[in-house]
Design a binder for this molecule. Structure first.
Ligand code: NDP
Ligand code: GDP
Length: 325
């Protein structure tokens, strides 16, 4: 008996998580479809780095355009829809708050509507974020911790989260929201602090750069590896019942500690190169995030496998390799 492979549709396929998730689904035998928002620059580099650019089927579309999303869910015949597309950088959300609200907030509703209209049996994953906790209301944040977003990005993501919960409760959609804490990798965008640091360390080591300019280095994040985190996304959609899950390592570190790991690994001294630059200080800061992933462990059997030292060293290595070639 032949059996049809499952089809997965990923918005944000050209991003960090999109690339790792596409690889995971391909390894599991899925047909993988990716929504491709037309851009003038090369956005396929991550998929190429993972060697899967030719295996993904692209569908033109944008989270601002409902009809393109309806067509994407229709033509992919997706069994599972992963909504990872977003204006994902907190800093930019103060410069483009309305675009961020439209793509990261209303955009979620558009994908949910496309699923509801085309195939309400398709399973849906929403990429929610620990930024929703913002000004934290509990020392360790879990699924029951109230939200207090601190940026237009966080505000928009709260809308996306509640839209997901609401469509599950209103229409019985199998819609899950993964509240993921910061996760990084060699494929992380260079504007995010970990990658900015590992890229700078590699550049300094090779004599291409002298200083590293940062904003608030006292803030704390619960950083994990994106490759581990996409497995949690997939596991959520394999459950009988849709639900919401915190995905985190359960360990928090300061930006300074993260920098020290990177500099020490390259045999460099952070203090010789670090410059604090007001331009990178944010209008409102999320001082500390620390997740409690107990539910993901218990219900999904998921836990993080990569600690911050392993993660940052992997990123410095990748940046050294890229810059040398
Ligand atoms: P990236 O910034 O690497 O990727 C974002 C993706 O969204 C890109 O593929 C981008 O396309 C796409 N995109 C942006 N705007 C639109 C649009 N209008 N229509 C369609 N696609 C669009 O993010 P990550 O991979 O790191 O994150 C994935 C998701 O998880 C995001 O929703 C993010 O907010 C969320 N998240 C991420 C966390 C993290 O630490 N990484 C933590 C918690 C949540 P293009 O390449 O063309 O710009
Ligand atoms: P975020 O948690 O989604 O905002 O992820 P980022 O990697 O952008 O930022 C993590 C933390 O690093 C935040 O507290 C930032 O204020 C802090 N930070 C300090 N300097 C910088 C910088 O130069 N760039 C970025 N992106 N963040 C910085």
């Amino acid at each position: 008996m032949t059996h049809t492979p499952k089809a997965g549709l990923i918005t944000g396929i050209t991003g960090q998580d999109g690339a790792y998730l596409a690889k995971l689904l391909l390894e599991k035998g899925y047909e993988v479809y990716g929504l491709l928002a037309r851009r003038s620059t090369d956005t396929l580099w991550r998929l190429r780095e993972l060697g899967i650019a030719d295996e993904v089927r692209f569908i033109d579309g944008d989270l601002s355009d409902l009809s393109s999303l309806i067509r994407a869910v229709e033509s992919s015949r997706a069994d599972e829809v992963y909504n990872l597309g977003a204006q994902s950088f907190v800093g930019t959300s103060w410069q483009q708050p309305l675009l961020t609200a439209d793509v990261d907030g209303v955009g979620v509703l558009r994908v949910l509507e496309a699923v509801r209209i085309v195939n309400s049996k398709a399973r849906f994953y929403q990429a929610s974020t620990s930024e929703m906790f913002g000004l934290i209301q509990a020392d360790r944040q879990d699924e029951s911790t109230p939200f207090y977003p601190r940026s237009p990005y966080g505000v928009a993501k709260v809308m996306g989260h509640w839209a997901t919960v609401n469509y599950r409760e209103s229409f019985g959609l199998h819609a899950s929201s993964g509240i993921l804490f910061n996760h990084e990798s060699p494929l992380r965008g260079i504007e995010f602090v970990t990658r900015k640091v590992t890229h700078a360390v590699a550049s300094i080591k090779l004599g291409l750069q002298k200083e590293l300019r940062l904003g608030n280095i006292d803030s704390q994040r619960d950083w994990g590896f994106a490759g581990d985190y996409v497995e949690a996304m997939w596991l959520m959609l394999q459950q009988d019942k849709a639900d919401d899950y915190v995905v985190a390592t359960g360990v928090t570190s300061t930006v300074r500690q993260m920098c020290n790991i990177a500099f020490e690994y390259a045999g460099l001294d952070l203090e010789e190169h670090l410059v604090i630059d007001e331009r990178f200080i944010r209008p409102a800061e999320v001082d500390i995030l620390l997740g409690n992933p107990a539910k993901a462990k218990q219900k999904l059997g998921w836990s993080a496998r990569t600690d911050l030292k392993q993660l940052i060293e992997m990123m410095v290595e990748a940046d050294l390799r890229r810059l040398k070639s």
